[in-house]
Design a protein around this ligand. Structure first.
Ligand SMILES: *[C@@H]1O[C@H](CO)[C@@H](O)[C@H](O)[C@H]1NC(C)=O
Ligand SMILES: *[C@@H]1O[C@H](CO)[C@@H](O)[C@H](O)[C@H]1NC(C)=O
Ligand SMILES: *[C@@H]1O[C@H](CO)[C@@H](O)[C@H](O)[C@H]1NC(C)=O
Length: 568
């Protein structure tokens, strides 16, 4: 077979494979059937992912979004991208081959030794180290650099593709944007630039004037379900949560670390409120009004997003003033919340470290470690006390059935990261138990759902979703949270789905394969161009072989089996 025919046949196989795998990779949410869950009634246990997928597809096919029944609030929730950098490259800050440099110094007499024997001995030592240390380190460093470079684009692929396909109204990265809190400022700038310029290209930090401090009076900007410029701005913005790798745990969190995080990624603690405009005047007329409608418990539907920096909730903290600020913030969130007896508000808490739960519920078990001189060094979960601050404080749940609102609290959900494996749980308290027995309990969400725990009276509770990491090792996961308002019950409901891309190897394989196909196509093009230019390239190997004098002499006659061979 001539080279041209060989390449052409190879391409017949390679091109369809490349096109198919590339299509799959670039349209993976479509092939995986990913979509934001559709609003549905609460008593349906299973969400209809088929209908949700068709609805998303319809939004892409028809220009107008009016035919869609999608939820008005759709949050693309991404966990722990953890951009690594210099700290994971062994030779980042050194010469590439330090021992080889020593060998050269010894041999060129730029080191001092008492004798030639010692000099040679040292030279051989360093030579051995060159082979067994320098070379493996360099190979590992190069591998790691390529790995990091690809990883930036792997994360970008998840963000860009899901944003395009699933059409979220909001995006959040649930902490650990970067891989280490101990990095120096220049490396922090490099990783931040990679975050915004590569992995989350097109994204913007939430402006400080939008990230509000909790207050009673609100100019409710950013109405949901309205395709105005505000909605477009929210589609670009990324609600970044501060994680331990971004600012450090309580024992590492300093004013400087928090300041540099907030400058680049947005404030670490704030709230956002969105109002859902009601189109139905009859429903609107039932809303509480101090004079016109004093007996109503219905409030204008409002969605409250609270971004909590829970890094320094537990003690001891390195910087007491920062911890006081965090506590002050949470107290103000509680003080500005609607009274628990009222309906129509929904609180979405975004934070990084998950709430306390006993060992065996999620992959991470409770774990704390402390710095030598005090200060939290590491923790897997919040302490049980800090967790109660969320459940009983922000959400107003209560084990006492005689508490306001029967202790059922406010509706909402907690989203976080940190446990890379992800976890979906339900916290509840059994009000029929007495005294010390009345404790917060946790169960996995599917179990809670199948025993209909969330709808049981006498057991108020709250769902907490730890979103599985978007890192390659954890399958490039993403969470899709839909929140919608049900006018009949005057309550907000939500549903959550996940959409994994698959490990980074597939992303790499497809791109390397595409590159090979492009190289083969270019080679074919060059060969054809040469042929067209009159160069006899298609027969080069054989005419070259027949031009070898020795072969000619040995064989004496042309190879007749291959009739079309010509003499050179
Ligand atoms: C993105 O890259 C540009 C150009 O290299 C740089 O000026 C800018 O600061 C980068 N953005 C961030 C957020 O680092
Ligand atoms: C709803 O009621 C409020 C007063 O309670 C009124 O200001 C508003 O215009 C009403 N909206 C609609 C859509 O009817
Ligand atoms: C609450 O406790 C009571 C008494 O022990 C028990 O019968 C009931 O099943 C419990 N409820 C839940 C939801 O666990």
């Amino acid at each position: 077979m001539s080279p041209v025919a060989l390449l052409r046949n190879a391409l017949r196989v390679l091109v369809p494979l490349a096109v198919a795998s590339t299509f799959y990779l670039y349209l993976y949410p479509v092939f995986m059937g990913c979509a934001f869950p559709l609003p549905q009634s609460l008593d349906r246990n299973e969400s209809d992912s088929g209908a949700a997928f068709q609805d998303t597809l319809r939004q892409h096919v028809s220009r107008s979004s009016s035919s869609s029944s999608a939820a008005p609030f759709r949050l693309l929730a991404l966990g722990d991208p953890q951009l690594e950098g210099d700290t994971s490259i062994p030779n980042y800050y050194g010469e590439p081959f330090p021992h080889l440099a020593d060998v050269i110094r010894h041999l060129s007499f730029r080191t001092s030794h008492p004798s030639l024997r010692k000099r040679l001995q040292q030279t051989f030592h360093d030579l051995v180290d060159f082979y067994f240390d320098d070379i493996p380190h360099t190979v590992e460093s190069i591998r790691k650099r390529i790995d990091l470079f690809g990883n930036d684009f792997y994360l970008a692929h998840i963000y860009r593709t899901l944003k395009w396909w699933s059409k979220p109204t909001h995006v959040s990265v649930l902490g650990d944007l970067l891989g280490s809190q101990w990095i120096q400022d220049p490396e922090f700038e490099r990783r931040s630039s990679r975050f915004w310029n590569r992995s989350f290209k097109g994204g913007e930090r939430v402006p400080d004037e939008v990230a509000a401090y909790p207050s009673d009076e609100y100019g409710l900007a950013g109405l949901l379900g309205v395709q105005d410029s505000d909605a477009a701005a929210w589609q670009r913005r990324i609600i970044n949560v501060a994680g331990n790798h971004d600012v450090g745990y309580a024992g590492d969190l300093t004013v400087e670390r928090l300041e540099r995080f907030e400058r680049v990624f947005g404030k670490a603690a704030y709230e956002l409120r969105f109002e859902l405009p009601l189109s139905n005047p009859a429903a609107n007329a039932t809303i509480f009004h101090p004079e016109k409608n004093p007996d109503s418990v219905r409030l204008a539907p409002e969605l409250r997003i609270v971004n909590v920096n829970d890094m320094n909730l537990d003690t001891p903290a390195a910087e007491q003033s920062l911890q006081d600020k965090t506590y002050g913030f949470i107290n103000d969130v509680i003080n500005t919340a609607s009274a628990v007896e009222y309906k129509g508000h929904f609180t979405l808490v975004l934070t990084h470290i998950p709430l306390y739960k006993p060992e065996g519920i999620c992959v991470d078990a409770p774990y704390f470690s402390f710095h030598e001189g005090g200060g939290v060094r590491e923790q897997n979960q919040l302490s049980a006390d800090a967790s109660r601050g969320f459940l009983e404080g922000i959400f107003g749940l209560n084990g006492d059935p005689n508490a306001p609102g029967s202790g059922r609290g406010r509706r909402g959900v907690i989203l976080n990261g940190h446990d890379h494996e992800g976890c979906d749980t339900y916290h509840y308290i059994n009000q029929t138990l007495e005294g010390d027995e009345r404790q917060w309990q946790v169960t996995r969400w599917p179990a809670a759902q199948s025993s209909r725990l969330p709808t049981q009276s006498g057991a108020p509770g709250l769902r907490e979703i730890t979103v599985r990491a978007m890192m390659g090792q954890y399958g490039g996961n993403a969470g899709l949270l839909s929140v919608w308002f049900d006018e009949d019950s005057w309550e907000w409901n939500f549903d959550f789905a996940t959409c994994p891309l698959g490990r980074q190897y597939f992303w790499w394989a497809v791109h390397v394969f595409d590159l090979i196909v492009v190289v083969v196509m270019l080679s074919l093009g060059i060969l054809k161009a040469c042929l067209a230019a009159g160069l006899d390239v298609d027969k080069w190997p054989r005419s070259y072989a027949s031009a070898l004098p020795r072969k000619d002499i040995l064989e004496k006659k042309p190879n007749v089996r291959n009739g079309h061979i010509k003499k050179g």
